[in-house]
Write a protein of this length. Structure first.
Length: 517
């Protein structure tokens, strides 16, 4: 490791990030992001490419009005017109940088630029000199440095340092390099440049190595890292700022006191803002800012985390500005996590009831991807009640009601015996309720029927509430039913109402003995 400890974070979300297909942002949106990037503590905000369009020029100009701590940077080809526009776009910046670039790899020089290496050096020097007339802070990039020849890189870097460049950026423009290779390139260039300028890296993610390559570069002397929020950027994107920063923080033992100016608690809010504005959501399993990055789904992990967070967490959700980690209840969860969530929701169940509830929870989790708090509340309210379950639904079959007569076959357990019957109705629900009436011998009058979705998603539970009057001398009773299937929830609700009704009448007053009373 080299001695100097400060690594500058150069954010290019508004420039290279905007080069992600579909990520174009308008001026107001860019201002919001720039303001948040400053709050995050980035050292340099690359606000755009002034010559690209009047809109880009205007956005850079406006960003200069609101950003006063971070340096605002404008990108330009090694072309006079671009550099003049970059300089003009930064006129009002408190701290300004012009970033000029030209490709240095044989393939780019020959086929794209159609320039000799000598011409490329001449253009680079002229560009830096012109940029210097606008600001002292000039960055020069050797585009496609990852595929450029080392002697030529050294030659052009010497020339631009002489012309006044203060930061030398070494981009792996096409994401070709492996971490050890990138580290070796940076080590050699850092050794060559010494204290004459800051070495920067700009890694693309074509092989998924942008962050690794950036980290190896830092280990070998790079003191500026160019990166973007959520890893946005041309093609497969750039190195993700949040990953670079959190890797150096979490593995401070390896990075030996390396520091950035980033307030990591602003990482998550910044990520959300960029996702909301660009409409590009990080994948759920994306490191640091993905929806699942601090979520634990399986019972063994949940148990471990509940006992000691560090068993399965190398950093904490709070470090990046998330309120807390997430224990996701689902089919892989165990009793510890389930009990903990019940207690958090205010349920204090006996061990026996907890076991009962856990069994129901597992059955539900087999059918539903994620169990939300509302699902649990309903599950408990519905299943752990003191109402004796005189009748219990065992099975339900309904006939296709798109043509013909709606019908239902219902199996109910009563007094240890399973009874099956079938009936027809004016609709499927009517057929279900009438069949339950036939089996139980109680005839209910449906006063109200309501159905609503509990929790979120396509597989949300259906909650059915019925209000039924089973005899004229008693008031109506409410029944609740919960299932991912609305018909099943309806049958459960109706049977629930029946059980409530039966629990209200004297226990010796069974239907047989009450007949004729
Ligand atoms: C690796 C990167 O991310 S580089 C940055 C990418 N960003 C952008 O391209 C920003 C958006 N770009 C644009 O709006 C346009 O491309 C503009 C305004 C910059 C230029 O548009 P045009 O003048 O129509 O040129 P066009 O884009 O078609 O071609 C690029 C030209 O610039 C030349 N060029 C490319 N890079 C450089 C450079 N760094 N320095 C000098 N010339 C360059 C090319 O050789 C080509 O020149 P030619 O017209 O003589 O063949
Ligand atoms: C303009 C340069 C720095 C760039 O984006 C790249 O080479 O990827
Ligand atoms: Mg780039």
């Amino acid at each position: 490791m080299k001695n100097d400890k400060r690594v500058y974070i150069f954010d290019t979300t508004l420039r290279d990030g905007e080069q992600s297909p579909g990520a174009s942002m308008n001026t107001e949106e860019k201002i919001k992001i720039a303001t948040q990037l400053q709050r995050l503590g980035v050292d340099v905000i690359e606000a755009g490419f002034a010559a690209a369009s009047p809109g880009d020029f205007d956005a850079i100009r406006r960003i200069c009005e609101v950003v006063d701590k971070s340096t605002v940077c404008s990108l330009a080809r090694a072309v006079d017109r671009d550099i003049i526009q970059a300089g003009e776009s930064l006129a009002d910046a408190k701290h300004k940088r012009i970033h000029t670039f030209i490709a240095t790899s044989p393939i780019h020089m020959e086929h794209k630029l159609k320039m000799s290496p000598e011409e490329v050096i001449r253009r680079a020097v002229a560009a830096v000199k012109l940029a210097k007339t606008f600001t002292d802070d000039v960055e020069f990039s050797c585009e496609d440095a990852g595929r450029s020849e080392m002697p030529f890189l050294k030659e052009i870097l010497d020339a631009v340092i002489e012309a006044g460049a203060t930061t030398l950026n070494i981009p792996d423009t096409v994401g070709y390099r492996l971490p050890q290779e990138m580290g070796a390139i940076i080590e050699e260039l850092h050794g060559h440049v010494g204290e004459r300028a800051i070495i920067s890296v700009h890694c693309h993610n074509d092989l998924g190595l942008a962050v690794a390559n950036s980290l190896f570069s830092v280990m070998n002397g790079a003191r500026q890292v160019e990166c973007t929020i959520n890893g946005l950027g041309e093609r497969a994107g750039n190195a993700a700022l949040e990953e670079v920063v959190m890797a150096m923080k979490t593995r401070a033992d390896v990075f030996e006191g390396i520091e950035t100016g980033i307030n990591t608690k602003e990482i998550y809010p910044t990520s959300r803002l960029v996702a909301a504005i660009t409409g590009i959501e990080p994948q759920p399993n994306k490191a640091i800012v993905g929806k699942n990055a601090f979520a634990h789904e399986s019972g063994i992990h949940q148990d471990g985390v509940l006992k000691c967070q560090e068993t399965y967490e190398i950093m904490h959700a709070e470090d990046i500005g998330l309120e807390t980690n997430r224990i996701v209840l689902g089919k892989h969860s165990g009793r510890h996590a389930f009990k903990e969530r019940l207690e958090a929701l205010g349920f204090d169940l006996s061990p026996e009831d907890l076991n009962k509830a856990f069994e129901r929870f597992k059955l539900l989790a087999d059918k539903k991807k994620e169990i939300f708090d509302d699902d649990i509340r309903m599950l408990i309210a519905n299943e752990i009640t003191n109402i004796p379950q005189a009748y219990e639904l065992v099975g339900l079959q309904i006939a296709d009601c798109s043509a013909g007569v709606p019908s239902a076959a219902v199996t109910i357990r009563h007094d240890g015996e399973e009874i099956t019957d079938a009936g027809i109705g004016d609709g499927t629900i009517d057929a279900i309720f009438k069949t339950i009436d036939r089996i139980s011998g109680h005839s209910g009058r449906l006063l109200d029927y309501r159905v609503e979705a509990v929790s979120q998603g396509k597989d949300a539970l259906a909650k059915v509430v019925v209000n039924v009057q089973f005899d004229e001398n008693n008031s109506a009773v409410i029944g609740h039913g919960l299932s991912i299937d609305t018909m099943l929830a309806s049958a459960k609700a109706y049977i629930g109402a029946l059980n409530s009704y039966l629990s209200m009448i004297p226990s010796n007053c069974q239907i047989d003995s009450c007949e004729g009373v």
